[in-house]
Ligand binder design. Sequence first.
Ligand SMILES: [Zn+2]
Length: 182
Amino acid sequence: MACCKKIFILIEIWNKNGQPSIMTPILSTIMEPDAFKVYIDRLHSGKTQRVEALFSPGFLDVNEESLRFEKPIRVHGEAYIAEEDLVLHFSVTAEALMPCSICNEMTPIEISLPSFYEAVPLDEIKGAIYDFRECLREEILLQIPHTAECHGGSCPKRKEMAPYLKAEAAEENDGYQPFADL
Ligand SMILES: [Zn+2]
């Protein structure tokens, strides 16, 4: 849970120094750790908590050569109680950077979850606060495609690479199949 540790360190810095002076209004939204939290007590009697936030991509804890997130992750939606569950209903947009599978240039890939629902049984939530960071992280990571291609799938190098791509595709068909046994 390295990502959570980072966020707790951030809270400590805030407490000692107050609000850092470099904060602009948008950054304070990004770095507000409480923005991941849903307070169950406030949702009884049919109330809804609105979530409207830009999160720094640090909570995704992803920083690989072939996968990076640099832009803030936008989340908006609501949390409410439906019978015995806490329901999160969010719309999420993020941008991943991945190398184009043809020319290898880092390419922005839009990740969009227009309607993400998650129902969490209330009796599984300890301490009346639900932190949706981990669940949001998993949902975003699940949306990442296996491969990316620049220019929306029309990499300018596609033509010159065409003969090699064909050979590779043929090889892939009987090659590594990670989900073949599932
Ligand atoms: Zn390309």
